[in-house]
Design a binder for this molecule. Structure first.
Ligand SMILES: Cc1cc2nc3c(=O)[nH]c(=O)nc-3n(C[C@H](O)[C@H](O)[C@H](O)COP(=O)(O)OP(=O)(O)OC[C@H]3O[C@@H](n4cnc5c(N)ncnc54)[C@H](O)[C@@H]3O)c2cc1C
Length: 512
């Protein structure tokens, strides 16, 4: 049995897996198609400006701290982290704004300023979600390899509290009557690319995590975290090759035995797939080998929304908070246009990151970086981005003025725009759906592509396309789950877990 592994993709999921496998004694090679590591968590750097490409909210560092600990280092030794307070400003199109803070008394005042009767609900929300997270943690940390895994006592005990069929918005009605206050605790479902009116209520833990464990800004941006992960992996002996697109996974029967790249064939005992799940399956794994996730079945799955992005290097600074979220006046309509009608909204919700107020390393002195994100439909025939791009850019420059970012256009010194079409073609993301398969109940737990990929042997999935889902903390968790399974199959013990007791049956990795 060969204890060497190829990881396809150097995104956060691939890099976390590289660290965990190398720390456990596996020979690891990471092949990344782009010139830099980090995937959607990399950066755009030009003219002295530095922007995060994707993630800007760093939440719940615990999982990554444990992964770094397994490599004999610590997150804080590798990256400087700033906990933000206020965490973010939310501006409601229908009136009012809120500066979300983890300071309970101040947060109660913020809520009371909008809806006095809702303030007491905040502590109740925190208390209930603290228990909910405790009960959910084992579920997030468990591989769901079949429906049998659902019939486990821990999960059944948790069900009444999870209210699986209730949306976050309905669930929050138990604590807050004002729609705007509910939105302040539910817009986080957009981190998963979902509407709070449809996203399952168990994801109320997302806003809870922010208040309980903090919203962090890593100095240098979230891309500084993936850069640090690559450094740590290389210190452990991992070989990371950039500009190395994998063109095909090679099989002997149903078992993966290596990959073909533009420069030749590379053999390995197992493959860890970090590339976008739906795209990678359709491009790299022959359709005839896939039963549950054939091209035909993937075409019937639901995918998350996409994002329209503007990265602006601007002359001057803005005396405004670090994170600014603007919620459209008719938010339900905006979401319907994104998720059901697949058209562009006249009044899109948006988010502006003004990171230089916390981190002056990101722009030349006296200048700022503005990161503008608008959730939009994933690729759909209704929207032709080659025609809409310019019009939507103009609209977004008008929209951001609603959050106080005025007089921007004439001061732009650097600009990059990324549309869903770019996510699709330049970043190889299926339908440009930036948050992967939607997180609806019928595409979660054992119904999501399994961490030990079920259609072929010797392929393990990590990243937002597998269990538990999209978003950095759970992506790191996916790396822990998948590498634990792989290490057990290789007969090795995970460095992250000194106790050698795997909870699942090891699988034979010998060629058939
Ligand atoms: C705009 C945006 C904002 C986000 N904001 C947040 C946030 O604030 N907080 C948060 O927690 N999460 C956020 N996310 C979600 C998520 O955390 C990130 O998208 C994360 O980077 C996904 O990690 P991943 O490991 O699943 O995949 P990726 O980061 O996509 O990495 C996959 C890697 O595989 C490579 N690859 C693909 N095909 C091949 C091939 N054939 N050969 C070799 N390599 C290949 C890709 O180039 C890429 O580097 C955001 C995402 C986006 C897009």
């Amino acid at each position: 049995m060969k204890k060497d592994v190829i990881i396809i993709g150097a995104g956060p999921g691939g890099l976390a897996s590289a660290i965990l496998l190398a720390a456990s004694g596996v020979k690891v090679k990471v092949l990344e198609r782009l010139p830099t590591v980090g995937g959607r968590t990399s950066s755009i750097e030009a003219n002295g400006f530095k922007f995060d490409l994707g993630p800007t909210f760093f939440l719940y560092p615990r999982v990554l701290e444990e992964i770094f600990a397994a490599a004999g280092t610590s997150l804080r030794a590798e990256v400087e982290m700033v906990r933000l307070d206020p965490q973010y400003r939310i501006i409601f199109g229908e009136g009012g704004e809120m500066h979300a803070t983890p300071d309970i008394a101040r947060m109660e005042q913020q809520i009371a300023a909008i809806a006095p009767d809702d303030a007491p609900g905040f502590r109740r929300f925190l208390d209930e979600n603290r228990t909910k997270l405790q009960r959910m943690e084992p579920c997030l940390e468990t591989p769901f390899l079949g429906w049998q895994d659902l019939i486990n006592v821990r999960l059944l005990k948790m069900l009444p509290m999870l209210r699986p069929h209730q949306s976050i918005d309905t669930y929050l009605g138990r604590f807050f009557r004002d729609r705007r206050v509910r939105l302040a605790f539910s817009f986080q479902s957009k981190y998963l690319g979902m509407s709070p009116f449809r996203c399952p209520s168990l994801f109320s833990i997302l806003s809870f995590l922010e208040y309980e464990y903090g919203v962090f800004h890593p100095i240098g941006g979230c891309a500084a975290v993936t850069a640090a992960m690559a450094r740590v992996a290389e210190r452990l002996g991992v070989e990371i090759r950039t500009d190395a697109p994998v063109e095909e996974v090679l099989f002997q029967g149903r078992r993966a035995i290596g990959v073909r790249t533009t420069t030749g064939v590379e053999k390995a005992g197992a493959i860890v797939m970090n590339a976008d799940f739906a795209r990678a399956m359709q491009r790299l794994v022959p359709d005839r080998l896939r039963r549950r996730w054939s091209d035909r079945k993937i075409a019937r799955k639901k995918f998350s929304c996409s994002t329209f992005m503007m990265y602006l290097g601007v002359d001057g600074t803005f005396d405004l908070p670090h994170h600014n979220i603007h919620i459209a006046t008719d938010y339900a309509r905006n979401l319907d246009e994104i998720e059901n009608q697949h058209v562009l909204s006249d009044d899109p919700s948006f988010y502006v990151q003004n990171a230089c107020v916390t981190d002056p390393t990101l722009a030349p002195r006296g200048m700022s970086t503005l990161y503008v994100l608008a959730p939009v439909t994933h690729q759909h025939s209704n929207v032709d981005w080659s025609r809409e791009r310019e019009r939507f850019r103009e609209k977004m420059l008008r929209q951001i003025a609603k959050a106080g970012f005025t007089d921007v256009e004439r001061r732009i010194r650097f600009e990059r725009v990324i549309t869903p079409a770019d996510w699709d073609t330049k970043y190889e993301i299926h339908q440009g759906a930036t948050f992967n398969l939607a997180h609806s109940l019928d595409q979660m737990l054992h119904l999501r592509p399994h961490n030990r990929f079920e259609d072929v042997d010797g392929v393990y999935l990590v990243g937002g396309g597998t269990h538990p889902g999209s978003g950095l903390p759970v992506i790191f968790e996916s790396a822990r789950i998948s590498t634990r399974l792989l290490l057990a199959d290789l007969g090795l013990t995970s460095a992250a877990e000194p106790a050698p007791a795997p909870q699942f049956e090891p699988m034979n990795l010998e060629p058939a």
